[in-house]
Design a protein around this ligand. Structure first.
Ligand code: ATP
Ligand code: MG
Length: 226
């Protein structure tokens, strides 16, 4: 599921509410009947910047959450971290410090780190927004590949219409406060998706048009909260 909306419409706020980092002023959010807290065992996050510990190796960064949660022995934690690094194609960089990695590689480490905790719901807040177009496209493909073998829910926040269409089964458009969700669009593009084939599908252009219109409506009909 992708959540699409213009800058300042409250996407990150929504994600912070869903993850329990922020408390809603009214109502409550639960998963399986349990109120959300940041340590909720089913949640994982990837944010816009990877926030790796510079003094830990790539492997130790991925292992960190497992260590904190005391999941398994040291050896099991290392093996799990290796496994998830392999999944994101960074097996060979396991013993490097983060500063030796490119921006895209660091974001892959952040992805491996959240996957290592085996969340059932992965919350991603514009995780690839800071990357160049080519790196972003390849990380989109990598995310789809990992997700298809994993079968868990990913909630992906973006302000990029094409990225939302390429990744998601459903796109929600978020209006400026205090409107909330203004549209829900089903993305019936076939899977597996690939950059050239999927983008060349006439439905892709049609969905882009439809979502652009929805965003334009948001921009013209609402005023931001002052
Ligand atoms: N529903 C809301 N009611 C009142 N204020 C809100 C609401 N949602 C967000 N805000 C406020 O609007 C500001 C921007 O929100 P937020 O950072 O979530 O936007 P965003 O959509 O993630 O923007 P960007 O695309 O730039 O990251 C924040 O100060 C936040 O507190
Ligand atoms: Mg944001």
């Amino acid at each position: 599921m992708a959540i699409l909306g213009p800058s300042g419409c409250g996407k990150s706020t929504l994600l912070n509410l869903l993850s329990g980092f922020l408390r809603p002023q009214s109502g409550h959010i639960t998963i399986d009947g349990v109120p959300v807290v940041p340590e909720h065992p089913v949640l994982g996050y990837v944010f816009q910047s990877p926030n790796l510990f510079p003094w830990l190796s790539v492997l130790e960064n991925v292992r960190f959450g497992l260590r904190m949660n005391r999941r398994g022995s040291t050896q099991e934690q290392r093996a799990a971290a290796q496994h998830f690094l392999r999944l994101v194609g960074l097996e060979e960089q396991a013993h490097e410090p983060p500063h030796r990695l490119s921006g895209g590689q660091r974001q892959r480490v952040a992805l491996a780190r959240s996957l290592a905790l085996e969340p059932r719901l992965l919350l991603m807040d514009e995780p690839f927004a800071a990357l160049d177009a080519l790196t972003r496209a390849s990380l989109n493909d990598e995310l789809l590949r990992i997700w298809s073998g994993w079968g868990k829910t990913v909630l992906f926040i973006t302000h990029d219409i094409d990225e939302a269409i390429y990744l998601a089964d459903r796109v929600l458009v978020l209006g400026l406060p205090p409107t909330g969700i203004t549209a829900e669009v089903a993305i019936d593009l076939p899977r597996p998706r690939d950059q050239r084939g999927t983008r060349a599908n006439p439905l892709f252009a049609q969905l882009r048009e439809q979502l652009s219109e929805e965003i334009a409506k948001v921009m013209t009909s609402n005023q931001p909260v002052t």
